[in-house]
Design a protein around this ligand. Structure first.
Ligand code: TRP
Ligand code: SF4
Length: 400
């Protein structure tokens, strides 16, 4: 009914690193050639945790967009925009907030996790609790079918589905639809009518997909229903006939296989990152000073790649022949660690070369980036406005 559409966002954390590239951006670049894609800077989301210091948001936004473009996100294929430039996200967030149970937000795992992790900040705020609801508005406003996210964000997408379902249930009914549907249920016979109601409740209140499937199968088997009644009952199962908002699917992005220089997760705050646009000297130095298997104190000491972060880089960057050379050379002390690191350095520099080139034109002329984003904002706003028109109308707020 609605077109295939991918939506994803990132908070403006500033210059991105190779972990972001291998974890998310590479995936975006692939998706943009397969589906219509919208990618946005979640600047309001940055405020949910850093409301006390918004000074870096703007610079971080432009740096991050340049990195997206550098990585190959192509503005002729994807819509690139900034969340706060499409205020319809906020309007939908507000309207959804009216009917979203507090419990749904409180039980999202990232809520407590992040509060504990960022214990130095006061995150007992309304905005922080609403983080996943704003995220739901970001996606639902485009009626997106797919949301590429990392594992930690999957519960957020689950919640979006519940929110869409609830919204359709509350506002998508036709005139007298409920009454007609209830009459149709009676035609199923006492026993099946009771089962139908139970399954419907299980699906709508607890989101049990198997209850939905079971109910649909039952309707398929029911001989004595007219076509119209059958259709009504299918619609009533999911709460409505009209799908105002679409339930999106999470597209799970595989975790980046590229760790940081020390073997921990790559992160700017751990100081173990290689930035997407680090120059070749910096990259060379960073890799040359990477820790290796501690057993290799002297050149003549044999090592074990499994105990060495450089080996994990080879897993991402090297072909079979090189990897065999590493394992053999390391275990027999046939190669030195610097020698072993060279193919990794070469591969990273090769990977970054087109990125650095693409970035350069935008660094030379920042107005290009501004124009791409302005254009993306216009496109996104148009789509968002269409949805909001429907939403307002269904909620009785169109004032015609
Ligand atoms: N919460 C996401 C993150 O931290 C960012 C985000 C905001 C997002 N809105 C979104 C991701 C909508 C996907 C869809 O990475
Ligand atoms: Fe690591 Fe390579 Fe040195 Fe072995 S030879 S310890 S894999 S850097």
């Amino acid at each position: 009914m609605y077109p295939d559409r991918v939506v994803s966002g990132m908070r403006p954390t500033g210059a991105l690193h190779l972990g972001h590239y291998h974890g998310a951006l590479k995936n975006w670049v692939r998706l943009q050639s397969e589906h219509p894609c919208l990618f946005f800077v979640a600047d309001w989301h940055a405020l949910t945790t850093h409301y006390d210091d918004p000074s870096a948001i703007e610079t971080n936004t432009w740096d991050m967009v340049i990195d997206w473009l550098a990585a190959g996100v192509d503005p002729s294929q994807s819509t690139i925009f900034i969340q706060s430039k499409v205020p319809e996200h906020a309007e939908l967030h507000l309207l959804l907030s009216m009917s979203t149970p507090l419990g749904w937000l409180e039980r999202v795992p990232t809520y407590k996790d992040q509060q504990e992790k960022l214990a130095d900040r006061d995150l007992a705020t309304y905005g922080f609790l609403g983080y996943p609801l704003l995220q739901a508005a970001d996606v639902l406003i485009y009626r997106a079918s797919m949301v590429p996210v990392g594992e930690d964000q999957v519960p957020h997408v689950e919640m979006m589905r519940e929110i869409a379902r609830r919204f359709n249930h509350l506002y998508g009914r036709e005139k007298n639809f409920e009454e007609k549907a209830r009459d149709a249920v009676k035609k199923l016979g006492t026993k099946r009518a009771k089962l139908y109601h139970e399954l419907r409740t299980e699906y709508q209140e607890q989101g049990k997909e198997d209850a939905l499937e079971q109910a649909k199968a039952m309707l398929d088997d029911a001989q004595n229903l007219s076509m119209t009644d059958r259709e009504r009952l299918f619609g009533y199962l999911e709460g409505s006939r009209k799908l105002i908002l679409v339930e999106p699917q999470a597209l799970l992005t595989e975790a980046s296989r590229l760790p940081g220089l020390d073997g921990q997760k790559m992160s700017k705050s751990y100081g173990n990152a290689i930035a997407l646009r680090d120059d070749s000297e910096t990259v060379t130095k960073k890799v040359r000073t990477m820790p290796t298997d501690p057993a290799r104190v002297r050149r003549t000491d044999a090592g074990d790649p499994e105990k060495c972060p450089v080996w994990q880089f080879h897993q991402v960057y090297s072909d079979t022949v090189t990897k065999e050379w590493v394992v053999k050379g390391c275990k027999s002390a046939g190669i030195g660690c610097l020698e072993c690191k060279q193919p990794v350095i070469d591969a990273i520099l090769r990977e970054q070369e087109p990125m650095r080139e693409r970035a350069q034109q935008y660094l030379d002329d920042p107005s290009l980036v501004r124009a791409i984003v302005a254009d993306g904002c216009d496109q996104a706003r148009k789509l968002a406005q269409e949805t909001m028109r429907d939403v307002r109308e269904e909620m009785g707020l169109s004032y015609n």
